[in-house]
Design a protein around this ligand. Structure first.
Ligand SMILES: [Zn+2]
Length: 115
């Protein structure tokens, strides 16, 4: 498999499959490390902002980590909707998005209920 094949595959696969693949890789990449009082972790995020940059409500880019399905919460892999579910991880105090309602926070591993 070539790098071009991998890129083509990742461009066309479902969001559920994308987070399954990247969720298995990003947390164990060498960039995920701790030291000097800082913990680094790579995660897939949904970035969004207002299209109207002149709006008084414009806060610039906002980021929501993308959460995969919680282990054991479903029988097999759920295809779900493309990251249209949203929930709040109380442990991390961050909003996450997912393709499923029972998701796993990519930062701490907690179960997150999404709606
Ligand atoms: Zn969390």
């Amino acid at each position: 498999m070539t790098k071009a094949n991998i890129v083509t595959y990742l461009r066309r696969c479902s969001g559920a499959e994308l987070i399954e693949i990247l969720g298995a890789v990003l947390p164990i990449r060498p960039e995920a490390r701790s030291g000097n009082g800082i913990q680094d972790l790579l995660v897939l995020c949904n970035a969004y902002r207002l299209e109207d940059r002149s709006s008084p409500y414009d806060d610039g880019w906002m980021f929501e980590p993308v959460a995969d399905q919680y282990p054991g919460a479903y029988e097999g892999r759920e295809s779900g909707e493309p990251f249209l579910q949203a929930g709040f991880c109380a442990a991390c105090e961050v909003e996450v998005v997912s393709h499923v309602k029972r998701a796993q926070c990519p930062l701490c591993g907690s179960k997150v209920g999404c709606t």
